[in-house]
Design a binder for this molecule. Structure first.
Ligand SMILES: *Cc1c(COP(=O)(O)O)cnc(C)c1O
Length: 402
């Protein structure tokens, strides 16, 4: 494996994220292929027994086993690290594997975590159910208010964990303020950057320590594979995350890593077009539904904050109808183009009713506290012609009397 002659890190590190998305981390084999090679192998052979021994001692560079290293997976890890602006990254089998590993690798019994209450359903399960089983305390707060993190912090607090924009309420967290509060107290900030991706928002520029991803969403972007990535300093990735990751094994398949590498090549294009389409659909809905939560619209209470930390608002937003679950389900059933699907980040437009799907595992009181009402719908706006999406929503809204 070689980098192109002259492609040393000093040069490649200076490339901007859109260039990194296409070229970052590329390592070519002896054949000089332009598109990244797929190394679909679980193991590696050695020229002699002493080479194997040297590699296991760490005296010889090289791969030993694909739970530990794989050339295709490494290309993805380096590319995402370069895009996020972190020293290193580690890929995982899913976004949830990334979140679980990012938290558990640095926690032990007696520690405490402060987490944003508006979060992906499984992230709430980690915080509310898994961590307490191991004697790790957790307090969930309204992450829109930086002061709430200060108030919830205890002497044993180790991590602040939150996502921005948050799923599905589109709450925005003030990255600079919350990451500063964490730094001042020696607390590690772990930011779930799945909605924005580094193409729109780079949390380390605002002081975040660890950035975790569901690469299943915008990074793959075409609804094909599950994947996750954890980004951080070399010290964090190599000395804190790696021992946990290598021995517990939430490793990403080389095939899925290759698919995400292909997805990243078009990430910048897709996310910008999908953000534009999402704004057009949002502007149409703004006059038709009682409430819309779109960070790109001036009606969002944190619109200015969102636009100060994101380059565009992204593909996803939420809105509410007054008629509760019945009207929300009726609207979904009346759609003829937009799919009923709980996935996001796809190039296809998808719509879901969070309280009966993605957030059905969160009990009702917690759902309402997060702002996930029975009339809330979440839409991922894809790459279709936005006028066709508007036409579809228009006829579906009429069918439910809106
Ligand atoms: C989807 C998602 C996850 C989980 O990712 P998977 O790849 O489905 O495991 C975590 N956080 C957020 C914000 C997500 O949207």
């Amino acid at each position: 494996m070689k980098r192109r002659t002259g492609q040393d890190r000093a040069i490649t590190q200076r490339w901007r994220p859109a260039t990194q998305a296409v070229r970052g981390g590329t390592a070519r084999s002896e054949f000089g292929e332009t598109s990244e090679a797929l190394f679909l192998t679980s193991g590696y052979a050695y020229d002699c027994a002493e080479d194997a021994a040297a590699r296991f001692r760490g005296d010889q560079v090289g791969m030993t086993y694909s739970r530990l290293q794989n050339p295709t997976v490494e290309m993805l890890e380096q590319r995402v690290a370069l895009m996020e602006g972190t020293e290193a990254a580690r890929a995982t089998a899913t976004g949830m594997a990334a979140m679980t590993a990012a938290l558990l690798c640095q926690l032990q019994t007696g520690d405490h975590v402060v987490a944003g209450r508006a979060a992906f359903g499984s992230c709430r399960w980690l915080v509310d159910t898994l961590l307490p089983k191991f004697g790790i305390g957790a307090t969930v707060v309204d992450a829109r208010d930086p002061q709430a993190f200060i108030d919830a912090t205890r002497p044993e607090t180790k991590i602040y964990f939150f996502e921005t924009p948050a799923n599905p309420t589109m709450d925005i967290v003030d990255l600079a303020a919350v990451c500063r509060i964490a730094r001042e107290r020696g607390i590690v900030s772990v930011v779930d950057n799945a909605f924005a991706t580094p193409a729109l928002q780079r949390p380390v520029e605002f002081g975040a320590d660890v950035v975790a991803h569901s690469a299943t969403k915008m990074m793959d972007g075409q609804g094909r594979v599950l994947a996750g990535v954890v980004c951080g300093t070399e010290d964090f990735i190599n000395n804190t995350l790696l021992p946990f990751h290598r021995n517990t094994g939430p490793t990403l398949s080389p095939f899925n890593a290759w698919v995400v590498l292909k997805g990243l090549e078009t990430l910048d294009l897709r996310i910008r077009r999908q953000s534009e389409n999402s704004l057009k659909v949002g502007r149409f809905l703004e006059g038709r539904v009682p409430r819309i939560l779109h960070p790109g619209l001036a009606s969002h209470p944190q619109h200015n904050l969102a636009m100060s930390q994101m380059e565009a608002a992204g593909s996803i937003f939420a809105f509410e109808v007054d008629g509760g679950r019945e009207q929300a389900h009726g609207l979904l059933d009346a759609l003829t183009l937009i799919d009923i699907s709980n996935n996001i980040g796809d190039s296809r437009s998808l719509m879901t009713h969070p309280s009966s799907t993605t957030h059905s595992g969160v009990d009702e009181a917690k759902r309402l506290e997060m702002g996930v009402t029975e009339g809330m719908l979440r839409i991922n706006v894809g790459l279709e012609d936005p006028q066709d999406l508007i036409d579809d929503l228009d006829q579906a809204l009429r069918k439910v009397g809106l």
